[in-house]
Design a protein around this ligand. Structure first.
Ligand code: FPP
Length: 258
């Protein structure tokens, strides 16, 4: 009886996900979804595990959500993986996080190539350990010509840092005569950000209950729709992702107009 109920329940969950997915497919798909993946540490603590176990579990969610984004035909999925402030964490946690791109490369590269995914990174590369940067480079080289989903890791990324760099670059361009001061507009700024060439995020998701944006894409999210959930990143499943997109599809985006 219990076995029957369990399989019936699993079957009805699958049906729910299928109908959610078909509803989502019939609505406008956001071009760019950006996610603040939060709650790995708390997920681990609740289970009496070290924080890094939460990051390990969080990697599985990265795989699941990247697949889901690809299935929906989303153009860009940006994942906030390490902020410019995260260096303040304990050394062993930072070391662990810096090893994740290599691990991801080892386990995911074949599938990402098969799926025509292009892997990119935004953030300050100069402070990354050589082994981390080399994994990123190998990803970039192996997927450079792919034309499907752009899987964009924000690594050593801070929005204020990004904006300051852009300002410095613009000042240089003005001083060298490449740009006229009065011609500085949003397009010039966009060209000087790490996200140059990418559409602004239509939807920004944050997991694990915090209602803040934590120095993430401040310029780019001027008109993004925001979606928050209490679910921690390791527990975030594709149906939660579809739910966020369905909610997004019911928002009325006016970009300041009526
Ligand atoms: C925030 O949770 C999460 C992070 C700082 C790291 C997230 C990184 C991944 C899930 C893997 C990224 C994968 C690649 C390939 C780079 P937290 O530790 O702040 O959680 P807490 O708020 O509960 O402490």
């Amino acid at each position: 009886m219990i076995r029957f109920l369990k399989s019936w329940f699993a079957g009805s969950e699958a049906l729910d996900e299928e109908s959610l997915l078909s509803r989502v497919r019939s609505g406008p798909i956001p071009r760019h979804v950006a996610i603040i993946m939060d709650g790995n540490g708390r997920w681990a603590k609740k289970r009496g595990l070290p924080r890094v176990a939460g990051h390990r579990e969080g990697m599985k969610t990265v795989r699941e959500i990247a697949r889901a984004a690809d299935e929906l035909g989303i153009e860009v999925l940006t994942l906030y993986s390490f902020s410019t402030e995260n260096w303040k964490r304990p050394r062993e946690e930072v070391d662990y996080l810096m090893k994740l791109p290599e691990e991801f490369l080892r386990t995911e590269l074949d599938e990402l190539v098969r799926r025509n995914v292009q892997v990119r990174m935004i953030g300050d590369e100069t402070q990354l350990p050589a082994h981390t940067l080399s994994a990123i480079r190998r990803f970039q080289e192996a997927t450079r010509d792919n034309s499907g989903l752009i899987l964009n890791f924000a690594l050593n990324y801070g929005s204020r840092d990004e904006i300051l760099r852009a300002v410095r670059q613009i000042v240089e361009e003005v001083q060298s005569g490449k740009v006229d001061k009065d011609a500085i507009d949003e397009a010039v700024m966009n060209r000087c950000l790490y996200t140059a060439g990418l559409p602004d995020p239509d939807l920004v998701i944050r997991t694990s209950g915090e209602i803040r944006v934590s120095n993430f894409m401040l310029w780019q999210m001027a008109y993004s729709e925001l979606w928050f959930t209490d679910i921690s990143w390791p527990d975030f499943r594709r149906n939660h992702f579809f739910q966020a997109i369905e909610d997004y599809q019911h928002r009325s985006r006016r970009f300041g107009a009526v």
